[in-house]
Design a protein around this ligand. Sequence first.
Ligand SMILES: CC(=O)SCCNC(=O)CCNC(=O)[C@H](O)C(C)(C)COP(=O)(O)OP(=O)(O)OC[C@H]1O[C@@H](n2cnc3c(N)ncnc32)[C@H](O)[C@@H]1OP(=O)(O)O
Ligand SMILES: CC(C)C(=O)C(=O)O
Ligand SMILES: [Mg+2]
Length: 514
Amino acid sequence: MAHVNIFDTTLRDGEQSPGVNLNGLEKLEIAKQLERLGVDIMEAGFPASSKNEFDSVKTIAQTIRTSSVTGLARAKKSDIDTAWEALNYAAEPRLHIFLATSPIHMTHKLKKTPEEVIETAVEMVSYARERFPQVEWSAEDACRSDLDFLATIIERVIDAGATVINLPDTVGYTTPEEYGFLFRYMRENVPNIDRVSLSAHCHDDLGMAVANSLAAIENGATQVEGTINGIGERAGNASLEEIAVALKIRGDKLPYTTNLVLHELKRTSDMVSKFTGMKVPGNKAVVGANAFAHESGIHQDGVLKNASTYEIITPELVGVKANNLVLGKHSGRHAFKDRTIALGYDLTEAQISEGFKQFKLLTDKKKEVTDDDLFTILVDLQTKNEDISQYELQAFQVHYGSGNRPSATVALRKPDGNVVETAGIGQGSVEAIYNTMEALISEKIVLTDYSLHSVGEGRDALAEVYVRLNVQDTPVSGRGAAQDVLEASAQAFLNAVNRVYVNQFLAQKDQVQL
Ligand SMILES: CC(=O)SCCNC(=O)CCNC(=O)[C@H](O)C(C)(C)COP(=O)(O)OP(=O)(O)OC[C@H]1O[C@@H](n2cnc3c(N)ncnc32)[C@H](O)[C@@H]1OP(=O)(O)O
Ligand SMILES: CC(C)C(=O)C(=O)O
Ligand SMILES: [Mg+2]
């Protein structure tokens, strides 16, 4: 069977999803989980795009050992130099350079002639190869490019030292037949094509990203790019879990292997969903909550008689556990710690103590503490920047009654350690809390989105809230979890505010150091 390399771009193209802004600690946790999942290459970010992005790519490059870490760069020396500064720590540093090749992009965006585009691509690929042992070159908007021009530029960048050629369907425009043809055409018409790995990168604007990726594999792609849960720019990227499971389940038609550890898929999907705030729809293939649920009587009857009547994928294959009940009221610290390790957490002793404290508090209120509950508590602990003091909720109280205007009293600890308290009103309880917190924080804060859902089932389930805010016109998202919906709402608001605060704090620190 032929092998296909998996290139994950959740942290780069995935993070380009509107409204998603991951902090460095969240990116690092996702990177570690992607390594456990067995991705061959992970694109950690676009180092030249900002100081925060540079720092997080560098930390990921320093941490990840078994997957290759790459970063994106424009065809510009300064982008390549910055990328090298961040990525040279990686076990196998790689660079991903892109330059558009379609007439639309060359004329209107780059304002370059096709000859100038060839010259720039060749010059930048050979410049990058002076540093990086592996250089991927992407022909942005390949699917709307002229085939012969594409074949010419590919031949030239391979001669300049590119080791991987990517043919992205940047705008999600192509069909499986056309995309398959593109790969066959390049295999047959670029004389030096066998010197490189050929990669597919699809977007889902017409809902064909996974089908297109599979067509590319059948026609000579040896690498496929995508994201977990299919998140990404606009309608998103090809969903890696769908591609990997399709290759596994339809090995009869698609005889290709990957290095992915399939039973890590569900956990990876859950983590990406939690950190990005992009909830996975129930009917999403492979990882949706309903992917293994059977509702109608005839289906239930069939499954009871033999699961293969209506199930082509077993839940265990992708790591969905039938019963994820874990610890209870009488569990001790050792059992708790063992469970955190089994869940894939790498916590310090201080984090374990804090997590155990929160777990015990939860067992007082909740009959069954599930893996999902633990995941929610621990994720917040692990991704909080303990080195920078931030806004903390000290206490709050809400008065609500039908016919009365809701009011809230909130006490906050500010980053300078002072505790401030005030009261305010709103049209509803959540708005009363948010208005009061806005007054205490003294910034202009606008709520642009709010969503609430429960973690698991039952009246005692944890509530999880996601918000999007504009803090002094900076868009930012935040999440909070608690047993009470109002407390979860308050925590989500502060989580978003703290993201802006931490970024400003780090930016000021960098300026002082300069
Ligand atoms: C298909 C994709 O997903 S491509 C990746 C897209 N991702 C992102 O853009 C996220 C990160 N981007 C950013 O933070 C910013 O856009 C930055 C820091 C990279 C650049 O910011 P700015 O310098 O303000 O430029 P801005 O984004 O407005 O415009 C892009 C410039 O890069 C040029 N450019 C675009 N692609 C390339 C390329 N592959 N190689 C070289 N130049 C390029 C554009 O022509 C434009 O140049 P111009 O200023 O001479 O007109
Ligand atoms: C940077 C490139 C590969 C990209 O994301 C695209 O073209 O979609
Ligand atoms: Mg893309």
